[in-house]
Ligand binder design. Structure first.
Ligand code: CAA
Length: 440
């Protein structure tokens, strides 16, 4: 059976930066550590006023095509995952294809285009669609371009404001991939939830505290469903476990839940028994609340152990390095987490070919998906081609007052002022509603 997976990745960050400790916290009269330690975020990426989901997605895709030497004829499918779409009819992929057609000789007339929506999990769902399309033999030897692009903005004053971000991740899904091979092992946890939604509105209505609980509940269900397909998971089976990262503090909670689940009835639980006791078993409790309290108490003790600390430092912390510097990219977030882990492995000279990753994707509304991937030869060259560090260091550092103007420029209810903070160079730019994008 031919291997199918991710063959190439490119990341495009919004070109402005808001420092949470230096700029945001003083303006909000908050302790900076609430953001840096509590949420785990240092900087948010913002789009300059000439950037939007189309330009960021098209710029990431163009870099990917140029680097891998692809022409439009090599691509049979373009899917865009976003929760920041501005058109309820035309998919964002058509706008992006239009940009790309302006700069390549060929066109995408015979490519299947679409837009996937299920909040942040849509990026992973688009990869699943591309995988299924190739496995079904409908690709005619062509690859699929998956672009996860979002401007993750909240209304000013919303508690989510500290977790904003903007950027795009373009991924090529193809046969004989060079980064990761996808497997058929997948699990889902899904329920109709209303903690985070945007019914015909630009900024989300969020019940932040509840959204955290919903994320954890769906993730636990997805892990159980994954195990029903793949068998019991063990924390040492995976080199890295990237989770959807609205902010690293959320991942801290998800990782603890996952570790507790994966270590039950293992030598790890046995080894910790003298220090923190055994995991509470539901059968030993008369009511659910008492059982939940006991689990919480166990987890509080578990997270203080060296065993957990060592595992977290190895499997989770490397997935968060980029996220701390860019904030939430919604559909792109889990793919930034994977990229972050691979980048750390390359920088530390770690041999990764043949090792497995376990990915926990999540979309509000709500659905979690757990799936596994295997890192393949070629990953290191791909990851070494990332220029994300350079992009991050080139971002313009916003003052709080400038941040307000940028937020207004991206607010659809306000007049869009095209005041530029950085100078575009060889990239697609937003030029106003209508034809919208051109290359400068
Ligand atoms: N030093 C260290 N830590 C501090 C601190 C300080 N001085 N002050 C506060 N903290 C800690 C708090 O204890 C808390 O940590 P715990 O959750 O571990 O207790 C953390 O910092 C955040 O503080 P608050 O809970 O007081 O923060 P808040 O209420 O202002 O906002 C939030 C938190 C509700 C999650 C808000 O950021 C939000 O609404 N975010 C958007 C929704 C979101 O991202 N939800 C995540 C799940 S849904 C999802 O994942 C989809 C998606 O992409 C949106």
């Amino acid at each position: 059976m031919t291997a199918v997976g991710i063959d190439a990745i490119e990341i495009w960050t919004g070109k402005l930066a808001l420092d949470l400790a230096e700029t945001f916290a003083p303006a909000k009269d908050e302790n900076p550590e609430k953001y840096t330690k509590g949420l785990g975020l240092e900087v948010s990426s913002f789009p300059d006023t000439y950037e939007d989901i189309v330009t960021m997605g098209a710029n990431a895709a163009k870099r990917l095509m140029d680097r891998t030497g692809l022409e439009p004829d090599d691509i049979g499918r373009i899917d865009v995952a976003t929760e920041s779409a501005f058109d309820n009819s035309k998919p964002v992929s058509t706008y992006i294809a239009g940009c790309l057609e302006d700069v390549y000789d060929g066109d995408f007339h015979h490519a299947n285009k679409g837009e996937r929506k299920f909040a942040c999990v849509a990026g992973t769902q688009s990869i699943d669609d591309a995988y299924n399309w190739i496995k079904a033999g409908r690709n005619r030897g062509r690859a699929a371009l998956v672009i996860a692009t979002d401007t993750a903005l909240y209304a000013r004053g919303d508690p989510g404001e500290a977790t904003q971000g903007a950027g795009a991740v373009a991924m090529l899904v193809d046969e004989d991939p060079s980064v990761v091979e996808l497997s058929t092992d997948q699990g889902y946890g899904s329920a109709d939830e209303t903690d985070f939604l945007k019914p015909n509105q630009q900024f989300p209505s969020v019940d932040g505290k509840r959204s955290v609980q919903v994320y954890l509940a769906r993730m636990r269900e997805a892990l159980e469903d994954f195990e029903s397909v793949a068998g019991r998971t063990h924390p040492d089976d995976y080199a890295y476990i990237p989770f959807h990262t609205p902010f690293p503090g959320m991942v801290r909670k998800a990782a603890l839940l996952g570790f507790r689940h994966m270590t039950r009835d293992t030598e790890i639980e046995d080894g910790l028994a003298d220090e923190i006791g055994r995991q509470p078993r539901e059968a030993d409790f008369e009511d659910w609340d008492a059982y939940e309290d006991a689990i919480r108490e166990y987890m509080d003790a578990l997270k203080e152990t060296d065993t957990y600390d060592t595992w977290y430092a190895r499997a989770i912390d490397p997935t968060l390095t980029l996220s701390r510097q860019v904030g939430n990219w919604y559909t792109g977030s889990i793919h930034v987490a994977r990229a972050s882990a691979l980048k750390t492995a390359a920088e530390t000279g770690r041999a990764l070919s043949g090792e497995k990753l376990l990915l926990g994707s999540y979309g509000s509304g709500a659905q979690a998906e757990i799936h596994s991937e295997t890192v393949v030869d070629g990953w290191r060259e791909e990851v070494e081609a990332f220029d994300i560090d350079e992009q991050l260091s080139r971002r313009y550092d916003l003052s709080f007052e400038e941040y307000g103007r940028v937020h207004d420029a991206h607010n659809h209810e306000k007049e869009r002022e095209l005041e530029e903070f950085t100078v575009p160079s060889g990239e697609f730019v937003f030029t106003g509603w209508g034809r919208m994008n051109e290359r400068k």
